[in-house]
Design a protein around this ligand. Structure first.
Ligand code: BGC
Length: 420
């Protein structure tokens, strides 16, 4: 099992305290122009990351005051709905959090966000972001959002004590081993060995199983139209998914990811599949008895997603919003944010001071692994596609009907895939 324990706990909690108070009260300068930054980062490791960035912004952008438009809910499940309603009513925030990649498409099509191509070169981003990332966020030859950090989605987090009590001391390498471990935990009295949450967390789990079943290239093809959703390979992945789902908590559909993580922390589960923002959150919850490993059978696949920020065309304070983006683009902003958030900087030249062992390893894996995108986190599919996939998974969780799941996923792909 690869080690993730780190000395971050103290750093996270002390910095979170300092920064919360610094940002919470701010300078309270009534003459400052307010910049509304819309995110879904409201607590734990997510808020610690945002607070660190706000702190940089306050220094770098005098005369501007951060105001938070945070709407909590993992993966932006609630925030995106509120944002879309506000954009439709012409009440946009100045800047908003969005996943780099296909999730941007509808905002671009609707003319809701500004073209940032010129800023990318003046802020030194063109030569310092990985080429693949630049390619993903280039639409119609232009650049639309500033990436701050890259997370990995296909990671399983453990409660080592729960596993050790069942004699499980190593990470499972294959799906078969994983299922054997889940069976063993249940036999030993852990009723729900796999902690799981609502729809989008279930989509993450299915995506991880699909990567194992199809391999990185064919998995990616599911979102570009070259791999069939209604074929045998997807059917067989759904069978494995069904087996694994059977080891999860029955109340999964009512839990967000931190609540599912609580089951892990409290020793009610042995495993949780979750993106690597979980590490900062486990530490923020003072839990250090965990390890992590890549989802069994995923090999060197690094399922990536990138948090980024876009400037709205209707921004009331475009200058302030631009200064926020410049802070996001800066190596210092990227270091400050990522050290708390648990992601790795999008810029390859950002310092890694204060990073955990896990993050340093993730940065290496990002360089040497095989990049695959995520639909649950917007790098692979558009928002309507993501909504349809989440709905299909939510429905399956209640019905258990594999044929209905496969045909709903195939129908979503047919409706939303954009070739080329
Ligand atoms: C975001 C992360 C966030 C996670 C859970 C992901 O979609 O990219 O920044 O921590 O959702 O809310």
């Amino acid at each position: 099992m690869r080690t993730t324990r780190r000395a971050l706990a103290a750093v996270v909690s002390v910095a979170a305290l300092l920064l919360t108070s610094a940002c919470g009260t701010g300078e309270d300068d009534s003459t400052a122009a307010k910049v509304e930054v819309f995110t879904w980062w409201a607590e734990g490791g997510e808020k610690a990351g945002l607070d660190a960035l706000v702190n940089r912004f306050t220094t770098a952008c005098p005369g501007q005051e951060f105001t938070s438009g945070a709407v909590p809910g993992g993966a932006g499940i609630n925030a995106k709905q509120v944002l879309n309603a506000r954009l439709a009513q012409n009440d946009p925030p100045d800047v908003f959090q969005v996943h780099a990649g296909a999730e941007l498409l509808d905002h671009i099509d609707s003319g809701q966000i500004k073209d940032l191509t010129a800023e990318f070169s003046s802020w030194g981003l063109t030569g310092t972001l990985p080429e693949g990332l630049i390619e993903t966020i280039t639409v119609n030859g232009k650049l639309w959002s500033v990436p701050i950090g890259v997370h990995r989605a296909n990671v399983v987090w453990t409660n080592d004590q729960v596993l050790a009590e069942s004699g499980i001391l190593t990470a499972p390498r294959t799906m078969k081993d994983f299922i054997a471990n889940l069976t063993r935990l249940r036999r030993d009295g852990v009723e729900s060995p796999l902690a799981l949450g609502r729809d989008w967390t279930q989509l993450m789990l299915l995506e991880a199983v699909l990567i194992s079943e199809l391999g990185p290239k064919r998995f990616t093809g599911l979102f570009t139209g070259t791999t069939k959703w209604d074929g045998k390979a997807v059917r067989s992945a759904i069978e494995d998914y069904a087996t694994i789902l059977g080891f999860s908590n029955a109340d999964r559909d009512s839990l967000d990811w931190p609540e599912a993580e609580r089951l892990l922390i409290d020793g009610k589960a042995g495993y949780q599949l979750m993106g690597d923002w979980a590490a900062a959150d486990l530490e923020a919850n003072n839990f250090s008895g965990y390890d992590s490993f890549t989802f069994p059978g995923n090999g060197k696949a690094f399922q990536w997603l990138a948090d980024s920020f876009a400037l709205t065309t209707g921004a009331a304070n475009a200058a302030g919003g631009t200064c926020w983006l410049q802070t996001v683009a800066s190596p210092e902003g990227q270091q400050a944010f990522n050290a708390q958030k648990g992601s790795i900087p999008a810029r390859t030249d950002a310092p890694t001071t204060g990073f955990s062992d896990y993050q340093l390893e993730a940065a290496e894996d990002w360089k040497s692994g095989v990049a695959v995108p995520s639909c649950a986190h917007g790098s692979a599919c558009s928002q309507p596609w993501q909504n349809a996939a989440n709905a299909a998974l939510g429905a399956y969780s209640a019905s258990g009907d594999p044929a209905a799941l496969q045909s709903a996923l195939a129908a979503a792909a047919k409706q939303f895939v954009r070739q080329g």
